[in-house]
Design a protein around this ligand. Structure first.
Ligand code: TYD
Length: 225
């Protein structure tokens, strides 16, 4: 059976808990016979991982930051995501372009118009559909009050350049995600990330079952341990 590829991104402010669900969803798809590629942004290719190091650690102006993010994204689309989708794989990506609009756009105050332009040129011209602007089929948006996320992060590892930003920055980023979601309601699925992990997983699973992309799992199966 030749199923079409599926491109699913995971988004939310730092501390929203999205990353912990990626492997669980990957296993659920694999258990149902799908090939799954898990990846992340910034990063996902040798070149883009080098850019990630710079983005997270070196100081730079907002345009440089946006250019590096989209350079890595194009390489990621051309060499990993595009080919995987062409082979019918499910691609689960920890952050994608919505993060750029939320962090560089809303968070840093960089021009949304320029970001839209960069999005268009970086995400088109990708085989096998060069005329199509590549974007996720579904974005799982882990929505969480920035104050709660900050609380969770203080218990985590040492912060990178973005995680070290203040509370107002994350309030703007959260707003940026809400705006992107309002602009593409058919692509975004909002998950209430304030709930405990098993309940967030249940919400996530329901979204995929409703779309017909995942068979209903037996109760608790695949629930994060
Ligand atoms: P993150 O997925 O949070 O990595 P980790 O879980 O290892 O900390 O992503 C790293 C940071 O990069 C995060 O703070 C958000 C930021 N980021 C941007 O600023 N712009 C982007 O386009 C992307 C994809 C991420």
């Amino acid at each position: 059976m030749n199923l079409p590829g599926l491109f699913i991104s995971f988004e939310g402010i730092d501390g929203a808990g999205k990353s912990s669900h990626i492997e669980t969803l990957a296993n659920a798809f694999r258990a149902q016979g799908r090939t799954v590629v898990t990846t992340r942004e910034p990063g996902g290719t040798p070149l883009a991982e080098k850019l990630r190091e710079m983005l997270l650690n070196d100081s730079m102006d907002a345009l440089t930051e946006a250019l590096l993010v989209f350079a890595g994204r194009r390489d990621h689309l051309r060499t990993v995501i595009g080919p995987a989708l062409a082979h019918g794989a499910v691609v689960l990506c920890d952050r994608f372009t919505d993060a750029t609009f939320a962090y560089q756009g809303a968070g840093r105050g960089f021009s949304l118009e320029t970001l839209s332009f960069l999005e268009r040129i970086a995400q088109t011209g990708i085989a096998p559909e060069p005329d199509l602007m590549r974007e996720p089929d579904l974005t799982l948006w882990f929505e969480l009050d920035p104050a709660v996320a900050a609380q969770r992060l203080t218990q985590a590892r040492s912060p990178d350049r973005f995680e070290a930003q203040d509370r107002e920055f994350f309030a703007r980023v959260a707003q940026g995600y809400a705006q992107r979601a309002a602009g593409a309601p058919e692509r975004f699925a909002r998950l209430d990330a304030a709930q405990e992990r098993t309940l967030v997983w249940q919400q996530l699973q329901q979204v995929l079952v409703r779309k017909g992309w995942l068979q209903p799992l037996p109760a608790q199966a695949g629930a994060p341990s």
